[in-house]
Design a protein around this ligand. Structure first.
Ligand code: CP
Length: 320
């Protein structure tokens, strides 16, 4: 593995899941791999889990860790090529990424969608500019269209918690008053479709009309606008809000009936509830669900450490 930008960079998902589980069982077994190596974690947006779990994973592997909030700790970065830099961005990514690449053996980057220009967001300019100019492996800490470290943690969590050989996994849209990116939902679809194709799960997506995700992410998943139909007999309910892809970045409905309650969970096969967090209680999910025995959200967040460690181990192993 050179970069970890999306599922396309993963040769063997099963092996990566098993590597995460092995790290969880024995976190310090590979400390030698990161000795005298440095990772830079670069944030254009806020984070709790990604920031702390990736730092912890790197330290478990013996790495030094540097963190930076772009625009607060550093100069604002210009991403466009050939522009007259007479605005608020004082430094170009060409120099910034090249310099960071001299200080770091691996660079992790978080840069969300701006939700103004769909084509621009889906081009993943920030990730590609860093990969081009830093010349060291790049790890996606959540980009405009994907959150693969989250998806790997989700795979690990499902693998640990499943009670049947081929569980039914449902991605459901949840209501929210703010427009949120599609990255987590896109990535979850991408990884779950691969798991379904390999026969490990059955995968269903449910959302109100107008919230169709990009076709390249939905793939062959069964999609229904009937949440109760989707929940029937489900083993895992994965909740997430996203703004419209077709009416890009818009909030088309805030219908509270899409929030997950204990009554909804009664339709499932004693289904477990998952959410990447942060979550707004009682807007998207009832307190009783999050605080009840069917919630996996804390274990899921804890598994972010092991997904990051599996990915960093793979990169350190194959890039020296
Ligand atoms: N799930 C997740 O990525 O959390 P943070 O945004 O807090 O990093």
């Amino acid at each position: 593995m050179t970069n970890f930008l999306s599922l396309a960079d993963v040769a063997d998902i099963d092996a990566l899941i098993q590597s995460g589980l092995a790290a969880k069982a024995n976190p310090f077994a590979d400390q030698h791999l990161g000795k005298n190596k440095t990772i830079g974690l670069i944030f254009f947006n806020s984070s709790l889990r990604t920031r702390l779990s990736t730092q912890k994973a790197a330290q478990n592997l013996g790495m030094n860790v540097m963190m930076m909030n772009v625009g607060q700790d550093s100069w604002g970065l210009e991403m466009e090529e050939g522009v007259l830099m007479n605005g608020d961005k004082a430094e170009h990514v060409r120099e910034a990424a090249a310099v960071m690449g001299r200080y770091c053996n691996i660079i992790g980057i978080r840069a969300f969608a701006e939700l103004k220009d769909r084509e621009k967001d889906y081009r993943e300019q920030v990730m590609h500019q860093f990969a081009k100019y830093a010349k060291v492996p790049i790890v996606n800490l959540e980009s405009a269209t994907r959150h693969p470290l989250q998806s790997l943690a989700d795979c690990i969590t499902i693998e640990e918690a499943k009670l049947v050989t081929r569980p039914k996994v449902v991605l459901t849209w949840l209501p929210h008053f703010k427009p949120l990116p599609q990255a987590v939902a896109n990535s979850f679809c991408e990884w779950m479709n691969a798991r379904a194709k390999a026969g490990h799960i059955e995968f269903i997506v449910t959302h109100p009309e107008g919230y169709e995700l990009a076709p390249e992410f939905v793939g062959d998943a069964y999609v229904t606008h009937n949440q109760s139909e989707a929940f029937a007999g489900a083993d895992f309910i994965y909740g997430k809000n996203w703004s419209s892809y077709t009416h890009y970045g818009q909030v088309l409905t805030q219908d509270p009936s899409w929030a997950v309650t204990m009554e909804d969970l009664q339709l499932t096969n004693n289904g477990k509830f998952m959410h990447c967090l942060p979550v707004r209680r009682n807007l998207k999910v009832a307190d009783a669900v999050l605080d009840g025995p069917q919630s996996l959200v804390i274990e899921q967040a804890a598994n972010r450490e092991w997904s990051a460690q599996a990915v960093l181990k793979e990169i350190l192993t194959y890039n020296g």
